[in-house]
Design a binder for this molecule. Structure first.
Ligand code: ZN
Length: 209
């Protein structure tokens, strides 16, 4: 039985042929290399292209240090728990306001949106570093979903926060606008959930049960 390794995420496939698509990171067949005996890991052995050796600038050293810390201390998985943890709660609070007319919950949701928006630069920068360093910046479907979800998240958080700031009673007074507001919030939570789902697959693998 031959063994094949995904050069993007390191997934090992056993079979005569590599799979059509990596179940972990959705890289296609061409991204798999056969593992030959005595060759531990093609990923470890393949040298990344290096640029001309020049003394790094201070800024370059700071960047290299920050990048190393992001990967070593898992700062992306830690930071993504902010949108993934807070936004479903904020949506629940919005629904409580709309259904039961309790305005304090809506205020909490608004602060939650602003708070998560402020953390998004950390989520995106750490995610970018992990993508570049650990997955070689491969633009497979998995990473397209994550990038798309982060664009949707930042856009909707900005729109919803600004809308609420300009029109504080958007959710407390019945109108068509408030249902659009709730709908956009549902799309927001769905985008964050999708990114979390594919991220979970990357970290924990694809389990069928
Ligand atoms: Zn893969």
């Amino acid at each position: 039985m031959k063994k094949w390794e995904c050069t993007v995420c390191g997934y090992i496939h056993e079979g005569d042929e590599p799979p059509e698509e990596c179940p972990i990171c959705s890289a296609d067949k061409s991204m798999f290399v056969e593992i030959i005996e005595e060759q531990q890991s093609s990923r470890d052995q393949t040298e990344l292209p290096t640029t001309a050796k020049v003394e790094p600038t201070l800024l370059g050293k700071v960047y290299a240090f920050a990048s190393e810390q992001i990967l070593r201390h898992h700062l992306h998985p830690i930071s993504v728990h902010t949108p993934n943890g807070v936004l479903p709660m904020a949506l629940l609070f919005l629904l409580i306001t709309v259904l039961f007319g309790l305005p304090h919950f809506e205020t909490a949701a608004f602060y939650s949106f602003v708070f998560v928006l402020l953390t998004m630069p950390v989520v995106i920068c750490t995610g970018y570093e992990v993508w570049q360093k650990r997955y070689r910046g491969a633009l497979t479907l998995t990473f397209k979903i994550k990038i798309g979800a982060s664009i949707i998240t930042v856009t909707l958080l900005s729109v919803l926060s600004l809308w609420r700031a300009v029109q504080p009673d958007i959710l407390t007074i019945p109108s068509t606008g408030r249902w659009i507001y709730v709908l956009l919030s549902i799309i927001l939570v769905s985008a964050v959930g999708s990114a979390g789902h594919v991220g979970g697959k990357l970290v924990f693998g694809s389990r069928k049960n």
